[in-house]
Design a protein around this ligand. Structure first.
Ligand SMILES: [Zn+2]
Length: 551
C-alpha cells in the first residue's frame, strides 16, 4: 500500500498534498542517509548471526492514555557464534528488560536500536529465546497508512476503533523486533489485550479469547506461516463477524470478514467481491498463499494495508479508489480498489517479499499490474490493457523506482504505474498469454513464502521468457527515462532507432505501418526498412514508449 499517498496527492487538493507528500524537498532530504538508516536498513554484524524462527508477541493496549506495554519472546537459530544482538524498538517506546535463561542482560541504546550483550554461549546451530519487555506511548499516525504508528479513532457511535499501520516506518514503531524484511519468522503468536468493549482482529487464526478480571480481554491470534513484520497488526473495534468458504485451487479456504457492527449488511454485499478476486488471482498467480491461516478483511479507520491474512479495509464500501478511478477510463469503477490491490499483495509482497525495501517494486508494480489483470478477468483483455495504460497519467519520472540499498529507502511512487506498465510491456514481448501466466505462477511457486532480491525476479522473468530483459528492467526501474522511438518516413523508407535509453537497449516494439502490424527491433543506431509509400506509423499502445517523428 504505502505509496498510495502519491495517489492521494494526485487526486486530492495540492494543499493537502503538500503537507504530507514524500516528494519534492522532503524527498531530497531523505537522500542524505544517516547512521540510523544504515542500522535499520542493513544486515549489520549484530543482525547477521541469527535467524528469527518465532515471535511470541503479547501486547496490552490502553486506549485511555494511548499507551501500550508488552513482551516479545523471540526465538532464533544461531548461524554463527556472537555476543551482541541488535533489536529494534522506536522511540518514544522503551525497552524495560531483556532476559535469557532467566538472566537479565545489559544493553545500550543507539537511536531506535538496542544492542543487547548476551552472556550465555550462542552455539552455531542452536535455538535460543530472548524475552524483550517494553512499554510506552507509541508514535501516533496522523495520516495512516501513509505515515505509520497507532491510530486511536472512534466509530460513528463513539466506540473505540484502534489500528496499527507501519509499512516502511517499520513494526518496531510498536513492538521490539528484528526490523528488516530480510528475516521472517516461520510462525508468530499475536496476543492483544484490549478493553472488554471491543475485540481485536490480528493475523492468522483466533486461538483463544481470555476474559481477564480487570475489564480487559486477550485475543490470541496465531500465524502458522512466515510473515513480514510490517504486516502484523492490531485492529480493535466493535466488529461483526461474517464467515464463508471459498473453494479454490487448494480446496476450501475460510473467508472471515470483520466490518464495524453497524456496517454488517453493507459489508455482506461489498465483500462478496473477494470471491471473483480470489478466482482471478489464483488463475494468474497460483493458489492463494495462506490457506492454513485463511483470508480476512478487517474494517479499519485508515484506507487500507496488505496485512497478511487480515487485509485492512477502509475504502468505505465503494468501488474504485475512494470512489474514483485511477486510470481515468471508468474500468476502475467496477471493482473495489482496496479489496483488489491489497489482496494482490498476499501473493506479491507477503508470500514473495523483497529483502530490501529498495526493491519495493516487487510488491507494488505487481499489485498495480494485478489491478489490470483483475479488470481483464472482469471486463475483458482490452479493458485490462486500457486500465493499466490509463494509469500512465500518474507517472512522475521524478526519480528512479529503485533507490539506494541498505538504508531502508523507498523508491519513487512510480513503482506503481510505471512498474505496472513495464510488466504490461514485457507481456507484449513474451507475446504468449499462457506463457506469461506460467511465468507469473512460476514466480509464485518458486519463491513461495520466501524473501527475494529484485535481481532474482528480473533474472527469473528473463530466463523463463527466453529473452534477456536486463536492459528493459534497467531502463524502467533504474532510470527516469521512458524509451523514445525516433523515426522518419522518406517515401518508401522507414528509419528508426531508440533514444533516451540505457546503453545496449534493444527492446523490440510493435508498430502499425498503414494497416500492417510489424515488430521492429530498434537499437541506438538508425536502421531502415521498406514500407508502403505514405503509410502512417503508429506504435502499439501496449508498449510503454514515446514515439517521436524526426526529420
Ligand atoms: Zn500496495
Amino acid at each position: 500500500m504505502k505509496k498510495l499517498l502519491v495517489l492521494a496527492c494526485t487526486l486530492a487538493s495540492s494543499l493537502a498534498c503538500a503537507t504530507v507528500a514524500p516528494h519534492g524537498a522532503a524527498a531530497q532530504e531523505r537522500h542524505v542517509y544517516t547512521h540510523a538508516d544504515t542500522l535499520r536498513g542493513s544486515i549489520g554484524p549484530a543482525r547477521a548471526w541469527w535467524d528469527v524462527t518465532f515471535y511470541d508477541l503479547h501486547t496490552r493496549v490502553n486506549p485511555s492514555d494511548s499507551s501500550i506495554a508488552g513482551v516479545n519472546r523471540m526465538t532464533y537459530r544461531v548461524l554463527a557464534p556472537a555476543t551482541e544482538m541488535q533489536v529494534d524498538l522506536q522511540q518514544p517506546l522503551a525497552l524495560d528488560s531483556a532476559t535469557q535463561d532467566g538472566q537479565r542482560l545489559t544493553y545500550r541504546r543507539d537511536g531506535n536500536a538496542y544492542f543487547v550483550t548476551l552472556t550465555a554461549p550462542q552455539t552455531a546451530g542452536s535455538t535460543r529465546t530472548i524475552a524483550l519487555h517494553y512499554h510506552g506511548k507509541p508514535r501516533v499516525a496522523t495520516h495512516a497508512p501513509w505515515d505509520g504508528g497507532y491510530v486511536w479513532a472512534r466509530d460513528s457511535l463513539g466506540n473505540r476503533w484502534i489500528a496499527t499501520a507501519n509499512q516502511g516506518l517499520g513494526a518496531s514503531v510498536w513492538w521490539p523486533t528484528k526490523d528488516t524484511q530480510a528475516d521472517e519468522p516461520d510462525s508468530q503468536r499475536v496476543a492483544i489485550t484490549v478493553p472488554d468493549s471491543i475485540m481485536d482482529v490480528s493475523n492468522g487464526r483466533l486461538r483463544s479469547v481470555t476474559h481477564n478480571d480487570d475489564g480487559t480481554t486477550t485475543w490470541e491470534w496465531f500465524v502458522t506461516e512466515p510473515i513480514n513484520n510490517y504486516d502484523v497488526a492490531v485492529n480493535a473495534a466493535r466488529y461483526a463477524h461474517l464467515g464463508g468458504i471459498y473453494h479454490g485451487e487448494q480446496g476450501p479456504l475460510t473467508l472471515d470478514f470483520y466490518p464495524l457492527a453497524y456496517h454488517a449488511d453493507t459489508a455482506r454485499v461489498q465483500f462478496e467481491q473477494a470471491r471473483p478476486m480470489l478466482a482471478c488471482f489464483e488463475h494468474w498467480f497460483g493458489p492463494y498463499p495462506w490457506y492454513a491461516d485463511g483470508y480476512k478483511l478487517v474494517e479499519t479507520p485508515h484506507l487500507g494495508m496488505e496485512h497478511q491474512s487480515a487485509v485492512a479495509y477502509g475504502n468505505h464500501y465503494q468501488n474504485g479508489y475512494l470512489g474514483r478511478d485511477l486510470s481515468g477510463t471508468g474500468h476502475g469503477l467496477k471493482w473495489d480498489f482496496i479489496i483488489v490491490h491489497e489482496s494482490a499483495h498476499e501473493w506479491f509482497g507477503n508470500s514473495l517479499t523483497s529483502k530490501d525495501l529498495a526493491d519495493m517494486w516487487v510488491h507494488e508494480s505487481f499489485a498495480n499490474y494485478a489491478e489490470a489483470l483483475y479488470t481483464e478477468c472482469q471486463q475483458g483483455k482490452e479493458a485490462g490493457a486500457s486500465y493499466v495504460i490509463g494509469t500512465r497519467r500518474l507517472v512522475r519520472n521524478d526519480e528512479p523506482i529503485v533507490p539506494a540499498f541498505g538504508v531502508n529507502a523507498e523508491g519513487s511512487g512510480d513503482m506503481y504505474y510505471k512498474g505496472g506498465n513495464m510488466l504490461h510491456t514485457i507481456r507484449q514481448l513474451v507475446n504468449d498469454d499462457e506463457k506469461w501466466r506460467s511465468i507469473l505462477r512460476g514466480l509464485q511457486s518458486t519463491y513461495r513464502h520466501q524473501v527475494v532480491t529484485g535481481q532474482q525476479v528480473r533474472d527469473y522473468i528473463s530466463q523463463r521468457s527466453g529473452m534477456d530483459l536486463s536492459k528493459v528492467f534497467q531502463q524502467y526501474l533504474d532510470t527516469t527515462k521512458i524509451p523514445v522511438l525516433q523515426y522518419r518516413v522518406n517515401g518508401t523508407q522507414l528509419s528508426y532507432r531508440w533514444a533516451d535509453v540505457v546503453p545496449g537497449f534493444d527492446m523490440p516494439v510493435r508498430v502499425t505501418v498503414g494497416d500492417e502490424s510489424r515488430l521492429l527491433r530498434p537499437t541506438e543506431t538508425w536502421q531502415t526498412t521498406a514500407v508502403p509509400s505514405g503509410a502512417p506509423l503508429t506504435v502499439n499502445r501496449n508498449f510503454y514508449v514515446t514515439a517521436q517523428p524526426t526529420r
